[in-house]
Write a protein that binds this ligand. Structure first.
Ligand code: ARG
Length: 457
């Protein structure tokens, strides 16, 4: 059933109809469309715009439609223009005259704004939960690896020793911020647009506060034009999703490097890796690569919607129908990536001895050697130069700093004494860094305590 045939004398060109229709993708909104309609008619009856009998008949009809779609006995008819037309026409077929009153005091413009808000509001929480699942896994790895020394990198060059716990802690902070962004978005978007009509509200005495409260909103939106023209909440959500993907992608990039034949810091579980059709020895990190790859696709959705919205005059314009496919795709992509990534991380094996060996072999203790000299009265800039000479000497001899004899140390600077070995041991380098945020065990235990309180809240 077409909702708008009255003022037309010709049939719609079929290509125009197809181009204009959104049912192939907005059918995802059938639950929200029905729930929104139920709240709307409940309010209409409370305001005595519909009778209680009409309201009950409509609600019964709407619930039967929802149930039949869910149990597969009612197929969504893709020859309809959109999900709103499908629900309304099915309702009229099922209950007759009362069904024709459903759309009283409403436009598809505030209806679709409501449906999309209800849909994304739930999805914000789903993504938030998936981020939490990931944080639980990260926190467990942190707890298990307080003593797993590894090199920390800058420029992908070994820099200073840290622990695996500390490295994982960086990702904990990222996904924790992602969750707080999602909650911010939820709170900001949680106002109901229904009752805004096409753009100018309506003359019916609607109780918008009541409809909003039935649907769990904090209240009604305050400008009817903005209500039907606002897609900020989708842009914010796509932006938060893009940042989540950016974090996942960086994590994946590290896992791909760590899983490489050269590093061998980790081994991805067989269940989360794939083989090659020609090279029998291969075990590839495809899941990590795909998550990294799909990041571009989610950014694309964000850029696409920003661009769609940038030139739109108030209020509703059909351009906005383009919000759906890209939002749905981004949500599904991010949820899939989060779930798979969490599984991959939870089953990944860390080659702790390889990590420790790597930390020992890259002069990651050079800064601490310089600090040693400073503690013995040498100015830092001079100490930096002396340790530079030590490193050069070791590179030529193919040894690590702590493999130098004391005589060798002294030949470069007489300030060195036998306590230098303890001062530059991996354990000292890490464990002396115990200010909050640093990799030392005492500091990390405090952070993990924070994490646990946070995860319980
Ligand atoms: N399918 C439309 C959308 O997604 C629904 C709103 C239609 N409103 C209109 N005035 N044509 O935006």
């Amino acid at each position: 059933m077409k909702l708008w045939g009255g003022r037309f004398t010709k049939e719609t060109n079929q290509l125009v109809f197809n181009f204009n229709a959104s049912i192939t993708f907005d059918q995802k909104l059938f639950r929200q469309d029905i729930d929104g309609s139920i709240a709307h008619v409940s309010m209409l009856a409370k305001q005595e715009i519909l009778t209680d009998v009409e309201k009950d008949t409509i609600i019964k009809g709407l619930l039967s439609i929802k149930e039949d779609i869910l149990n597969g006995t009612l197929a969504i008819d893709e020859t309809q223009e959109d999900i709103h037309s499908f629900v309304e026409s099915t309702l009229i077929n099922r209950i007759g005259e009362a069904g024709k009153k459903l759309h009283t005091g409403r436009s598809r413009n505030d209806q679709v704004a409501l449906d999309m808000k209800l849909y994304t509001r739930d999805e914000v929480l789903h993504v938030n939960d998936l981020c939490k699942d990931l944080l639980v896994v990260i926190n467990q790895i942190m707890k298990d690896n307080l003593d797993t020394y590894m090199p920390g990198f800058t420029h992908l060059q070994k820099a200073q020793p840290i622990t695996l716990s500390h490295h994982m802690g960086a990702y904990f902070e990222m996904f924790k911020r992602d969750r707080s962004r999602l909650i911010d978005i939820y709170n900001r978007m949680n106002y109901s647009p229904i009752g805004s009509g096409a753009l100018a509200g309506t003359t019916y005495p609607l109780d918008r506060e009541y409809t909003a409260s039935l649907l769990g909103f904090a209240g009604p939106t305050l400008n009817s034009m903005d209500s039907v023209a606002d897609r900020d909440y989708l842009i914010e959500f796509l932006s938060a999703l893009s940042i989540i993907m950016m974090h996942l992608s960086r994590f994946c990039e590290e896992i791909i490097i760590w899983n490489s034949n050269e590093y061998q810091f980790v081994e991805i579980d067989d269940a989360y890796s794939t083989g090659s059709s020609i090279m029998p020895q291969k075990k590839n990190p495809d899941i990590a690569e795909l998550v990294r790859g799909k990041t571009g696709r989610v950014y694309g959705s964000l850029m696409s919607l920003l661009t769609t919205m940038k030139g739109l005059p108030l209020a509703y314009n059909k351009d906005m129908q383009e919000d759906k496919e890209l939002t749905f795709d981004a949500i599904d992509t991010v949820k899939g990536c989060l779930a798979l990534f969490t599984g991959m991380l939870a089953t990944m094996k860390f080659n702790k001895s390889t990590m420790v060996l790597s930390a020992k072999n890259g002069f990651t203790n050079a800064t601490d050697a310089a600090d040693y000299l400073v503690n013995h009265g040498v100015a830092f800039r001079d100490a930096h130069g002396i340790v530079g000479q030590l490193v050069l000497y070791c590179i030529e001899k193919g040894i690590a700093l702590d493999e130098m004899t004391l005589e060798e140390f002294k030949s470069i600077s007489p300030v060195f004494d036998s306590d230098i070995y303890d001062a530059i041991s991996l354990e000292t380098c890490v464990e002396k860094r115990n200010i909050i945020g640093a990799p030392g065990k005492v500091a990390m235990e405090k952070v993990i305590q924070h994490n646990e309180t946070y995860l319980k809240a």
